[in-house]
Every structure is written in structure tokens, then in C-alpha cells.
Design a protein around this ligand. Sequence first.
Ligand SMILES: Nc1ncnc2c1ncn2[C@@H]1O[C@H](COP(=O)(O)OP(=O)(O)O)[C@@H](O)[C@H]1O
Ligand SMILES: [Mg+2]
Length: 72
Amino acid sequence: MSHLSKQFPIRDRGRRRVLHAVDDVSFALRSGETVALVGGSGSGSGSGKSRIARMLARLTVPTGGRSVHSGQ
Ligand SMILES: Nc1ncnc2c1ncn2[C@@H]1O[C@H](COP(=O)(O)OP(=O)(O)O)[C@@H](O)[C@H]1O
Ligand SMILES: [Mg+2]
């Protein structure tokens, strides 16, 4: 994962703004490794764990950066 970001356009009390769900995240996962992604959770206060997992699984497209899978 290289400089991954995920942003959502939202409305906050009637005003448009951008929610930075994932902001410049880079890490490498290697075959045979077990990695834990740890961070706060909660309605509206998540830290981006599930958004990162969804981009890693290619269920969603990053706003910025990229996930490179071996053999590609
Ligand atoms: N579709 C969406 N639209 C707007 N905000 C979102 C959306 N999906 C997630 N978010 C926000 O992005 C942040 C990170 O979400 P998430 O990855 O689900 O957190 P975690 O899995 O760490 O609890 C949270 O503030 C969440 O409310
Ligand atoms: Mg989650």
C-alpha cells in the first residue's frame, strides 16, 4: 500500500466538506506474515481500518495512492 488515501465528500451541518477517512498510509504485507491494524472505532469516529481493508481487497478504489499486489 503506497500513500493510500480515501476521502468522502460529506455534508456537515449543511456545509460541504471532505472527510479524510484514510490519509497517506503506506505499508507492505508479505506472504506468511500476520499483521494487525489497530485504531479507534465508533460511529463517525473510526480510524480507517475498514476503508483500508476494503481497498486492500479491491472492493473500493483509493482516492489517492495505490495498492500493488505481487505479480502485477
Ligand atoms: N461512505 C462513507 N461516507 C462518509 N464517511 C465515511 C464513509 N465510510 C467511512 N466513512 C468515515 O471514514 C472514517 C473511517 O471509517 P472506517 O474505515 O469504517 O473506520 P474503522 O473501520 O477504523 O472503524 C469514519 O469517520 C467513517 O465515519
Ligand atoms: Mg471497521
